[in-house]
Write a protein that binds this ligand. Sequence first.
Ligand SMILES: [Zn+2]
Length: 219
Amino acid sequence: MIDDLLEGNAKFVAGEFLPNEEYYQTIAAKQTPKVLWIGCSDSRVSEHQMTGSKPGTMFVHRNVANIVAFNDVNISAILEYGVVHLKIRDIIVCGHTRCGGIAAIEDGVHENYIADWLCIATGAKEAANRIAKERKLSREEKLAVLTEENVKLQIKHLKSLALIRNMHAKGSLPRIHGWLYRVETGSIEVLVDGRAEGEATSRKGAAARKKPAKKRSSP
Ligand SMILES: [Zn+2]
């Protein structure tokens, strides 16, 4: 397998890099990614490939079950570097079907670190449990609901982080999008459309900036 990877690299250099050398030299000088991607570590979920994007498009963080943890210095540093220094204006949280992490949230796991990590998605499991009970869902249907609820919960976590909260309070982006990638079809489904929300946020911000300061009433 390792030989295949190195052979693949030689093919990449000859077939992709050299024919597009100007582009690759531009990004070699400076990266200017437009999107911050938070996805699952799953080997089938390759963000650049599924979106037909070239290297240099996305600043990427991936972990088991695309989780945004409050106490995760790793993701916090990536977010800070992405939105403050690289000035990225769009964050995508992308879940996917057939996610082993999601199945583990549903079934429960005993391995220490995986169990602790997946605890962060407990809220999504509670929501999925409620919906599954109301709608009498099968296991497959419930896993689909849990996958969606997990993306929504991680967006909630993201919006709760002080870094993002303060940026939103100032009326500045980033916009936050929730996506689902279907490993069976290769298609992306938009669960949370951050495009509309971002416009609303920036309009609100613009309105707030234009709004004259309230006159103090006379004593
Ligand atoms: Zn996964």
